[in-house]
Each structure stands twice: as structure tokens, then as C-alpha cells.
Design a protein around this ligand. Structure first.
Ligand code: PLP
Length: 399
């Protein structure tokens, strides 16, 4: 295995069933056995290379899983029908009644809502902490804690988790460090920095075409086997399984991820620097003004830059909405949630992807309602885009 994540994807070699350069798509829900004994062995997880039933796994899902494991430097991986399918399976696999999770307070709204509102039904509780305060993280750990959960780059405040230091705390207290790396595929390799489990929503940068949702859990063979166990595996029993056709299409998009990430980062850095020079309040890990700029530089795989996500704060929700509507009218992107598309996407997180977080808590964590989150697209002429966006900002009076 190479030390570089994109090399590991490039180096995968496929000879399809009929010699195709892409693996054949497995179009079956169930699989035959020539011998009854092999079926029993497969059920018990002892029959290497045999398939049983596609909720367990399928050849197409395994191809995609292995490619993502290669990218994340883990032993193996398991794809899921959505990012939330991957995240909730991990929570439910690791935790039982009375167990506890220490979670970053700035996480994806769905992950937050699950921990805050759904997990308590199973008597699983979470403490939400400022992930940039290592002391706050360690202080929140109790004898019942099973996991520290965070995002490498947080949504939507773009705080950076110090994965290496969090890993030391996790090891000291014998808990798992689980990192959602959705905002930073290829940029950050959580496993190399000491994470135990790396999760992605494939819906975003990795697939990159906004035509499907998907997720993945990357980890040890032992953990992934436990997730898929027919008797007590969360992925097997909750059933958030990806369809084979989708797995095949995501695998094809994964192959261009390195080129796309470089362009997203190049464009985002250009806009962040120029908007900041214009006097806007910009948050982007690539700016020297970002509080964790140095930390990010100590962690990242440099060639991919600082990522495609930036935020600006235009003061009020009214201004944010006015600007977003105008930019959409000017064809500078879409007023839409999600990220990683070829066109720029923008949304106001307080009223969209983080609306699950109560207003007082939003204020406490610094999530002002004038924040616009941009997922910068693959624009070939970013100077032209900058000039057109600047014109919109002048027109609505935020510049
Ligand atoms: C979108 C997203 C998720 C959820 O993924 P889905 O594919 O929509 O289920 C989880 N974490 C982060 C950081 C996300 O951006």
C-alpha cells in the first residue's frame, strides 16, 4: 500500500467477470450454494469469498468498500445506503443501554439529532463538548463512555479536530475515536492520525454528482465483521444497505476524486482570500486568520489543499437569504444543502442543515444566523465567478 490515499485508489486493478475494465455489477439479492454445508459456514461467517444475501454484502458493495478502505488506510470497510445509515450503525453497534458518547457539539444536524433525541430511547446518552478544547473532551469522559465522536472539519463552523491528541485521550481511557471525514476526503487521513473508525457520507465529495445518498464505515476487519454479523450486527439487522447498481456508479466517481478535490480547494482558497481582502468575515481553514490554520497544516495531505467549504457571515438571515437568491438568479450556484457538486451550493446552516440544534445552543457555539455556507464548485474560471459574486454582494449591500 502506498502512503498516498489517491495512489491506493489508482492502484486497484479490476478484471471483470467478462474481462471488463469495470467489475461486473452483481444483480442478485440472493446467492446459490452448490453444497448445503457451505451455506451454513457462510451464515457463521467462515466461508471466504461466498455471498449469501445482499443485505449482508454483495460483490459490488465489496468492491466499493475495499476502494474506500484503501483510501482511508483501514483494513476494510462497509458501505451503507446513506451517511446517516453508516453513522447510526456505528453508534448502535458500539453502545448499549447506559453507555455514553462524548461528541463534538458542532456536528452534522442529523448526527446531533440522533444523539440528542433518538439514542436516549435506548438509554444511550451523549455529552456535547467544544471539540477544540481537549480538556473539555477529557473532562466529559465517564466510566460509561464508549466513544469520542467528531468531524475532522466540523459542520458548519469549520473547526478542526486535533485527531492525534484526541486519539491519545481515547487510548488513555480505552474508548474509540470515531471521525466523520465527510468534509475532507483525501485531505485528512484520520486513521493515520490515530482514529479507530472513519466514516463518510458518500453523498458529498466522494460521489460528487448529487445523484444519490450513500455512506461508509472504514475500520478493522474485526469491527466491520461485527457490524455485518447476522446475529447481532447493526448494519445487518438495521438494514441500511446500499444497492449494487449505486455501489458500481459511486466506485466510478471515486476515481476522479483527487482531481476534483484539488480543484474545489484551489477555487475555495481563491474566493476565501479575495472575500477576506474585501473585508468580509470569512472562515476557511486555508486562511491564516483561521484559528486552527496551523493545526490543519500539521494534519493535512498537502497536495489536496484546504477543502471546498467556506463560510461568510453577512450579519443577518435576511441579508443571507437576499444574497443567496440573487446569486442563484445570476447562475453562480444553487441555493441548496449538501456539498461536493460541480456547481457551487450555498445555504444558511442555522435554518437548514443545523436547524435541529436549538437556537440558544447555536448562539452559544457561535453559529450566527447570518452565516452562509458555500460548497465551492469546479468552476474553470474562478476569477469570473469572483467578480460576479462580488457584484451580487455590492448589490445587496454586504460589501
Ligand atoms: C451529509 C452529511 C452526513 C449525512 O449523510 P447522508 O448521506 O445525508 O445520510 C453526515 N455527516 C456530514 C458531515 C454530512 O455532511
Amino acid at each position: 500500500m502506498s502512503n498516498k490515499p489517491a495512489n491506493n485508489i489508482q492502484d486497484l486493478q479490476y478484471f471483470g467477470e467478462f474481462g471488463g475494465v469495470n467489475p461486473s455489477i452483481s444483480d442478485s439479492a440472493t446467492y446459490t450454494f452448490l453444497h448445503a454445508k457451505t451455506m451454513l459456514d457462510t451464515f457463521e461467517g467462515h466461508a471466504e469469498g461466498c455471498y449469501l444475501y445482499s443485505r449482508h454484502t454483495s460483490p459490488s458493495n465489496l468492491y466499493l468498500s475495499e476502494a474506500l478502505a484503501a483510501m482511508e488506510f483501514t483494513e476494510t470497510a462497509n458501505v451503507a445506503a446513506s451517511g446517516m445509515g453508516a453513522i447510526t450503525s456505528v453508534f448502535m453497534q458500539v453502545c448499549g443501554a447506559e453507555d455514553h458518547i462524548v461528541s463534538s457539539r458542532t456536528i452534522y444536524g442529523g448526527s446531533y439529532a440522533f444523539l440528542k433525541n433518538f439514542a436516549p430511547k435506548f438509554n444511550i446518552t451523549a455529552s456535547f463538548v467544544d471539540i477544540t478544547s481537549l480538556k473539555a473532551v477529557e473532562d466529559a469522559i465517564t466510566p460509561k463512555t464508549k466513544m469520542i465522536y467528531c468531524e475532522a472539519i466540523s459542520n458548519p463552523l469549520l473547526e478542526i479536530a486535533n485527531i492525534a491528541e484526541l486519539s491519545k485521550i481515547a487510548k488513555k481511557h480505552n474508548v474509540l475515536l470515531v471521525v466523520d471525514n465527510t468534509f475532507s476526503p483525501l485531505l485528512i487521513s484520520p486513521q493515520k492520525l490515530g482514529a479507530d473508525i472513519t466514516i463518510h457520507s458518500l453523498t458529498k465529495f466522494i460521489n460528487g454528482t448529487n445523484d444519490t445518498v450513500g455512506g461508509v464505515v472504514c475500520g478493522t476487519q474485526e469491527f466491520i465483521d461485527s457490524l455485518r454479523n447476522v446475529n447481532d450486527g447493526a448494519a445487518m439487522l438495521l438494514g441500511p444497505v446500499m444497492d449494487s447498481l449505486r455501489a458500481a456508479s459511486i466506485l466510478k466517481n471515486l476515481r476522479t476524486l483527487h482531481i476534483r478535490m484539488k480543484k474545489h480547494s484551489e477555487n475555495a482558497l481563491y474566493l476565501a482570500e479575495n472575500f477576506e481582502d474585501d473585508g468580509l468575515k470569512v472562515v476557511y481553514p486555508g486562511l491564516k486568520s483561521h484559528s486552527d490554520h496551523q493545526l490543519f497544516k500539521a494534519m493535512y495531505n498537502q497536495e489536496y489543499g484546504f477543502g471546498g467549504i467556506l463560510t461568510i457571515d453577512v450579519g443577518t438571515l435576511e441579508k443571507a437569504n437576499e444574497l443567496m437568491e440573487l446569486m442563484q438568479n445570476e447562475n453562480l450556484g444553487y441555493l441548496a444543502v449538501s456539498l461536493g457538486f460541480y456547481k457551487t451550493l450555498f445555504s444558511a446552516p442555522g435554518t437548514s442543515t443545523s436547524s435541529e440544534i436549538p437556537e440558544e445552543e447555536q448562539a452559544e457555539m457561535g453559529l450566527s444566523d447570518g452565516i452562509i455556507r458555500f460548497s465551492i464548485g469546479l468552476d474553470n474560471d474562478i476569477e469570473r465567478t469572483y467578480r460576479a459574486m462580488r457584484k451580487c454582494m455590492k448589490q445587496v449591500g454586504v460589501l
